[in-house]
Design a protein around this ligand. Structure first.
Ligand code: NAG
Ligand code: NAG
Length: 539
């Protein structure tokens, strides 16, 4: 296997501007400088943050440690009442939310009422066998993120002018989840309009990581992952347009699945009305502590019919799959991968190499263009961030908003100003160049993966970094966004904790509509590498 660290990373660069020896020396030097600059930033932020670190206490209620699937089974079979399951989660949210600031709105009383009705109906034998089967999560509480519209709950999307506004009807994915019998409990924090890798906005503030409160929870489904990792919610609905399920799932040590395109009903996802389904990069999917919740979660969220094209119930023999891996994104905009992350990534590859006798490393030069490709893809989405971010009052221009931000009279979070700068200042790609290079990456991967191949991809170069460091490492999320650009399915899989007690994880990727392959490999990884580990579990 290739050597560790920045030298290998820079070695993958192929920059036409440099000839001969210079083509390896200069990028190597820059990578080296970048790595030490990154260490220096951690050191600096650590001086400020380290004395403030707290870890969420371990939960004492065994109900909270069950998977959502197991909760549903116990409720169905009368071993547990839905009411006690819902109440256990409400109590846990009350216990931890002061520390985490993950939940931003709730419907505890209504949820308890619905739980009691479920218990009554089960006792009366209202549900026949078939009904039980369709109601996969009957009586199980769930949460969703603040940009997924829920009737009666906050729909500010983190925007100041929308403060206090409540939803008038459920997003389709919420409606679907409710139809599976699950009970909506609460709404969780996001960055403005769900476009950033940290859950922070001027309406609700910042969400903390349960493994270390001075660390980023990721975004945009950050509040969602924070409360699920802390056992305050059994299962959550996430959405992912550039990593919004997988970034926080990685940083909080959870499972999350970004599904294949065209199967997600988009009505009620921020301002979307449902007409985007086939063209958008956004998908919805489950976030959970246990792998076994992903397939039922997908069926519940997307609806059983929509799921049929994902082949979720197809049997997979993981020993017969082909395994590929790419260790690092070849771009100087992105932090080099740290040694603890690389070590865990390589142990994953090694496991499947031993199982099958082979795991092949891929090199795709065009990955170096991911930043510009993804920016263009986001611009192609059709919705105008600069207009949406002012709640459609006017089109925001980056320098005016930056000026207002500096003089503290802005309604935008700094992340939104950064998004404007990225969209309005940086050189734009032409459609031709975009199509050509996206197609090159896609066809290269499709030719390898086919219908029996899986790609391992690093989730992030570092474990969850300190709060606000995302402003200085904005392009690290390209490890995730690449697969929105390509519209490939990905399962984010937790791999236990690193030496500093923060979650590790890996992305498992397949060709479109082979979601079942990612999910089968995720199951194997969970049983071998330990998956989710609760915060403070040794204490
Ligand atoms: C911020 O939002 C408030 C509430 O909607 C509004 O009155 C104010 O004009 C906004 N400020 C700016 C600078 O847009
Ligand atoms: C949904 O939104 C799109 C784009 O914003 C618009 O063109 C379309 O007319 C809308 N459809 C409905 C049914 O409101």
């Amino acid at each position: 296997m290739a050597q560790v660290g920045p030298v290998h990373w820079a070695g993958q660069l192929n920059h036409e501007a440099f000839g001969g020896i210079m083509s390896s020396i200069i990028p190597s030097m820059l990578a080296f400088i970048h790595l030490y600059f990154d260490y220096f930033l951690d050191f600096l932020y650590g001086l400020y943050y380290n004395s403030k670190k707290k870890i969420v206490s371990a939960s004492k209620d065994p109900i909270l440690e069950l998977s959502a699937t197991e909760m549903a089974r116990k409720i169905r079979e009368g071993e547990l009442k839905s009411e006690e399951v819902v109440l256990a989660h409400i109590n846990r949210i009350k216990e931890v939310n002061g520390l985490l600031n993950a939940v931003i709105d709730e419907r505890f009383d209504a949820a308890l009422e619905e739980a009691r009705r479920v218990d009554e109906n089960i006792a009366k034998g209202v549900y026949a066998g078939r009904d039980f089967k369709q109601k996969i999560f009957l009586g199980v509480p769930f949460t969703t993120k603040g940009t997924t519209v829920c009737k009666g709950l906050d729909v500010s999307f983190g925007l100041v002018p929308r403060k206090g506004m409540k939803g008038t009807e459920d997003a389709k994915v919420v409606e679907n989840m409710k139809n599976s019998g699950a009970i909506l409990l609460a709404l969780t924090n996001v960055p403005q309009l769900s476009i950033w890798s940290e859950a922070h906005n001027p309406v609700f503030g910042i969400t903390n990581n349960p493994y270390d409160t001075t660390r980023n929870v990721g975004g945009s489904s950050g509040g969602e992952c924070s409360i699920i990792a802390a056992c305050g919610s059994a299962i959550g609905i996430g959405t992912d347009i550039g990593g919004s399920i997988r970034i926080p799932a990685y940083m909080c040590g959870l499972f999350g699945h970004k599904c294949s395109p065209t199967v997600t009903p988009t009505k009620g996802l921020t301002f979307r009305n449902g007409s985007e389904q086939d063209r958008t990069m956004v998908v919805a999917g489950p976030i959970s502590r246990y792998c076994e919740d992903l397939i039922p979660g997908l069926k519940a969220i997307l609806g059983a019919d929509a799921c049929r094209s994902l082949q979720l119930d197809k049997k997979v023999d993981i020993a017969k799959l082909k395994y590929y891996f790419i260790e690092e994104m070849p771009s100087l905009l992105i932090s080099p991968v740290r040694s603890d992350v690389m070590k865990s990534f390589r142990s994953v590859v090694e496991h499947f190499r031993k199982m099958t006798g082979k795991a092949q490393e891929l090199e795709i030069e065009e990955l170096a263009y991911t930043a510009r490709l993804y920016t263009k893809a986001l611009a192609n989405e059709g919705n105008d961030f600069s207009y949406d971010v002012t709640n459609k009052k006017y089109r925001a221009v980056w320098y005016r908003e930056l000026f207002k931000y500096i003089f503290r009279c802005s309604n935008l979070s700094f992340s939104s100003v950064m998004v404007l700068i990225n969209a309005q200042v940086l050189r734009k790609a032409t459609s031709e160049w975009f199509e050509e290079n996206t197609e090159k990456i896609k066809s290269e991967l499709l030719s390898k993966l086919g219908n029996d191949g899986v790609l391992f991809f690093v989730s992030q170069p570092t474990t969850a970094h300190y709060h606000h460091l995302s402003y200085l490492r904005p392009y690290n999320l390209l490890y995730f966004s690449l697969f929105n650009l390509l519209k490939f399915p990905v399962t984010q899989v937790p791999l236990g904790l690193s030496h500093d007690g923060l979650p590790l994880g890996v992305q498992v990727v397949s060709a479109p509509f082979n979601d079942h392959l990612c999910l089968a490999v995720a199951q194997e990884l969970e049983s071998v590498f330990g998956g989710y580990v609760p915060p403070n579990s040794q204490a």
